[in-house]
Design a protein. Sequence first.
Length: 409
Amino acid sequence: MPHHLPLAPSRGRLTQLMDFWERSRVGWHAAWYGVLAVTAVAVLALSSAPLAARLTGVAALAAAAALYLVVGTRLLGERCSLARYALYTAGTTACLVVLALVLGPGVALAPLFVFFPQAWAMTPSRTPAVVVVIATPAALGLAQLAGNGWAAASVPDAVATAFLQAAAAIVLGLWITGLVRESESRALLVAELTATRAELASAEHARGVLAERERMAGEIHDTLAQGFLSIVALAQAAQDGDTRERLALIESTARANLAEARAIVAAHAPPDLAAGKEADRLLAALERLAARTSAVEGTAVELDLPAALPPLTSEAEVVLLRAAQEGLGNARRHGGATRVVLALAVDVEGVELTVTDDGTGLAAVPAGTSTGYGLTAMAARAAQVGGSAALADRTDGGAGCVLRVRVPA
């Protein structure tokens, strides 16, 4: 029914329901006026009752039509008062009783087929509708008894007719209203699910944007920021050393940074990886990185690389290369290291990169100091490919730190 929803509808949903009932009013009007008109024509043209009885029946039908026009039309599709509902149903029932008294109960059957659905559609709750569909057949049954002179033999027939009419109207009305309420509940559920799916899509989009932002921040930190620091250091060193050599290194580092920037913008693989062959590109990229670090930073980088690596995903190769860049940069700038060992070890579980330096170590870092964005981003990047990253002091008795990054093969 239009104004009884099992759940609290949104304003938009309620508006849609009201629009539906507004459009359906035409059908209700046509059905009621049509059945009253057909009944009136049948009474006048086909009934053999006296003219006075027929005119009285037509007057009762006209009164029912007028009552519907004044009161009934306002009850469909809007929240009505119980008093107005009682006025309309009681008045219409009285008209049908008059029709049954003057022309017989059979004449009132046709209007009942529309009046009972009206009673269910107009009611603000189920209880008034049940009362109406019980009271109206009962009143018509009394009219039938009165027409038969209150003969005792007519009682079973009148009671059976009233009972069947009431039972059919109740069962049909409850079934229809149950279907309507269930349909409205499902419509509301679908609307809620649609809204929830839109919210989840928005949240997923926001999470993807945040993840991409974090990825870009990590890429910029590990590549462009490190390269700019090297350019600054070289520019400062050029003031006291071989200017031509330093300028050449500045140009080389700037070009490498430019290539990294273009790769990030185009979402391509790092230039060092893209330049090598598929089978050995990570090993070649690490060799170029070590040579460039030694030239730019002045840190001696020793390599301990295997002859070959097991197949690795592109994401895992990027994790190891970025970790090597971060580890070599931190060893010099933060640890003051002069010598670094860059090694790759292969085992049954995967590949482990270690960056071991002879710097000051973590013991020299003040308590409470953050490990920095680079190390945090490195650990997050490794976790995305199922690996891990950890930084700790050396345990072999030497000074400095060791960075370990592991990825699955």
